[in-house]
Write a protein that binds this ligand. Sequence first.
Ligand code: URA
Length: 219
Amino acid sequence: MIKDERWEGVYTMEDSPYLMEVLTELRDRETDSIGFRKGLVKLGRFMGYEIIKTMEFEKRRIETPLEETDGIVVVDRRNVVIITVLRAAVPLMEGLVKVFEHARIGIVSAVRGKAPEFRVEMNYIKIPQIREEDTVIIADPMIATGSTLIEVLREVKRYGSPKRIIVLGVLAAPEGISRIKKEFPEVEIFVTKVDRELNEDGYILPGLGDAGDRTFGSP
Ligand code: URA
């Protein structure tokens, strides 16, 4: 995990050859839906491990079958709410719950309109109660214009004031990160990489195409 010096609280995975290889598979147009879904599950799981590195833990004295020893418990790992932004975040969430098995899960469906407005319509919102000790992880693979995430973040804030809010994505465009950070400076962002730019249709370049279509094999 590397800090991106352009913003506070933005981290990329460029120091991980494994995660860069998974990203390469996801970017490759020859990767089919099965491979694409598997790649997203892997990213959810291994980026989840990276998030754990940033969580608080407590020392715990335990007994093995042979003797006493010191151990740790990552307390915050037990206080996680995962918000899955439909559609393409479903496999990311599947990977995340392997690491955060106690997580309470929320689902949000948001449809992004066409350029140039990219108006976002939220048509399904189911978010569990959020407590002040919680870390909320919003899983959304593509942080493009940031419009969807800004709507989701506004919604999340109505359900409580958690300890941390993390956005977990595969790729981000600088424009989207800057917009999110302007309205929510405290939100942390974890992505494999920040790509170059958005095209006029709001797609990330070089990107990986439409994450929803590639996950489900249908537009
Ligand atoms: N959503 C996608 O699926 N891909 C992009 O490049 C941007 C938004």
